[in-house]
Design a protein around this ligand. Structure first.
Ligand code: AMP
Length: 552
């Protein structure tokens, strides 16, 4: 396909406002793309390379301005281009405003015609050369190559070339439009195109397979080692959401690091990708070593890389960033900050794709791969809110970010931020509550006070809003007992009444109207966050505040 024809179609699409019409235009573009289908399916989204491929053109705006200026003639400079850009606001419009003397007229559109007319493939091949230019003098070479292209462009070709080069296509064609257009152009179901896209991350190849091999070919497309898959994402949610939605909840610690996807072939390569599918292998030799030491099967694993201190305890997320995309002095950086992987999902083992398998099965596979537990994220299955609280408390105590709540039956949906993975919402608000009662524990905890009754102030009196029991370590319970025991007023069996003296800071998921407590409100899933040694009961939060939080 001639590039002029592509630019012409791109112009038509850009002028179209309706999504349906856009899909129609893309459909006919793909149907007419012939040998260049693979490229056209990417170009129309402003992509030169497949989505899984982290190759970049590495062309800064300035390089592009210089090439445009040179093609525009002797009296135009890169500064002039930049000035026009400041006035016009969009590089395509600027590029189209110069006369490069490229091929005009019908000849430029038709195959064979138009002599020196640019083709889509030539543009692609030149951009590949440009991406490969590396080392000293590479910026000059990039300008030369781009100049060569602009020099042969008409205004409209220049418009879309400039946008393609700067990854700002902006003609309104998103991934969904290309998916629907592939389905319509080659008469295959959209959901199967979608699945093929998920496993391959390559719109070009999916379009070609749909055309050449139809549904059968699409369904036969599998994950491939070395080609990253989009990461499944989480949305914010509460324990209450999880317990309402699923019979049982899968609970894991939320590690405070950076997402990684490991592709390990024991007889081939090991690659590590970021959440954006960027190749970060060279920055993370520990992950490569981990794989080489422990994994005997070809696998794709999903996890997090965490920075750790000398004792193996996690360090804050900022420390990982010092390592994550580092290109130079990796060995030196490694001396300063050590990282280790923790895997929580398994997408592929020895030729078998697991995207469609439920989480519990994927996790079981992961467990058998990492049999000694090193580098494995533990998954608890429970329907007990107290147990979830306890896991959360352990996570926080261990220096992790909190917990993830997952649907145990859910498949792996690449790129989706769905309801099947919830990151527990951090507390938006906390309340400072007075402890007005407690219960003596049982068994091992018989000498500790626990299950603390929480109250808020209402004038001179205190009204109860809930109880906090779980997620407190024995050590903390011992301290709290020492702090509270002198304030015991009366005791009835295991229950004690306490003189208002100690203030707890508590987190909670939400406030409900409730007849259970004297305040008329109840904190859902209250959590003990600490003692407010700096506060007297008179400084504690009020019923008024609880009411306004409930209403607001
Ligand atoms: P956020 O970045 O806040 O949207 O939270 C989601 C991110 O948490 C994921 O992309 C992972 O990088 C990270 N994460 C940490 N631990 C887990 C886990 N056990 N399961 C899933 N994601 C996790």
């Amino acid at each position: 396909m001639k590039f002029a024809a592509f630019a012409d179609r791109a112009g038509e699409i850009e002028a179209e406002a309706s999504d349906l019409e856009i899909v129609d235009h893309v459909t006919s573009l793909l149907a007419d793309a012939n040998d260049d289908l693979e490229l056209v399916a990417r170009f129309v989204q402003g992509r030169v390379f497949p989505a899984w491929d982290s190759t970049t053109l590495d062309v800064g705006p300035r390089t592009c301005y210089e090439a445009i200026a040179r093609a525009a003639g002797t009296n135009v400079s890169a500064d002039d281009v930049e000035e026009r850009l400041a006035a016009v606001g969009e590089i395509g419009e600027v590029a189209a405003s110069y006369d490069f003397g490229g091929q005009q007229g019908l000849g430029a559109f038709t195959e064979g015609g138009g002599g020196d007319a640019l083709s889509v493939r030539e543009v692609y091949e030149t951009l590949v050369d440009l991406a490969e230019a590396d080392g000293s003098g590479s910026q000059d070479r990039k300008v030369d190559l781009l100049f060569g292209l602009f020099n042969r462009c008409s205004s409209e070709e220049a418009r879309y070339l400039a946008r393609l080069v700067l990854s700002e296509m902006r003609i309104g064609v998103g991934e969904g439009a290309v998916r629907d257009a592939v389905a319509a152009a080659f008469d295959v179901p959209e959901d199967r195109v979608e699945r093929a896209l998920q496993v391959s991350n390559d719109y070009g190849r999916v379009a070609v397979v749909a055309r050449e091999e139809g549904l059968e070919g699409l369904d036969a497309m599998d994950l491939e080692l070395g080609r990253p898959v989009r990461a499944m994402l989480a949305q914010a949610g509460t324990v209450a959401d999880a317990l309402e939605e699923w019979d049982e909840t899968a609970v894991e610690w939320k590690y405070d690091g950076a997402r990684i996807q490991l592709h390990h072939d024991p007889d081939g390569e090991t690659r590590v990708f970021s959440r954006n599918m960027e190749d970060v292998t060279d920055a993370l030799p520990e992950v490569v070593e981990f794989a080489a030491d422990r994994l005997v099967d070809p696998v794709i694993l999903d996890g997090e890389v965490v920075a750790i201190d000398d004792t193996g305890d996690p360090l804050p997320f900022q420390e990982v960033l010092r390592r994550f995309r580092r290109k130079h002095d990796v060995a030196k950086a490694r001396e300063d900050v050590t990282v280790r992987p923790v895997f929580f999902d398994c997408l592929h083992v020895a030729g078998e794709d697991l995207l469609e398998a439920p989480l519990t099965e994927r996790h079981a596979r992961l467990e058998s791969l990492l049999a000694d537990g090193e580098g494995l994220s533990t998954l608890w299955l429970t329907d007990d809110p107290d147990e979830i609280e306890a896991i959360d408390a352990d996570a926080l105590e261990g220096g992790h970010e909190g917990i993830m709540l997952k649907n145990p039956d859910a498949t792996y949906s690449p790129g989706r931020r769905g309801k099947n993975w919830l990151k527990r919402k951090p507390d938006v608000e906390t309340l400072d509550c007075v402890v007005t009662g407690a219960e003596w524990g049982e068994g091992r905890r018989a000498t500790y006070l626990g299950t603390f009754e929480l109250s808020v102030r209402d004038g001179e009196t205190f009204e109860t809003v809930g109880k906090v029991a779980t997620g407190i370590t024995d050590e903390t319970l011992a301290d709290l007992t020492e702090l509270l025991e002198p304030h015991v007023l009366t005791q009835d069996g295991q229950e004690v009444d306490l003189e208002p003296a100690v203030v707890f800071e508590v987190g909670y998921e939400e406030i409900q109207a409730s007849p259970t407590y004297s305040a008329g409100y109840a904190l859902r899933f209250p959590r003990f966050l600490g003692v407010r040694h700096d506060k007297e009961p008179a400084d504690a939060d009020t019923l008024e505040r609880v009411r306004s939080l409930y209403e607001g």
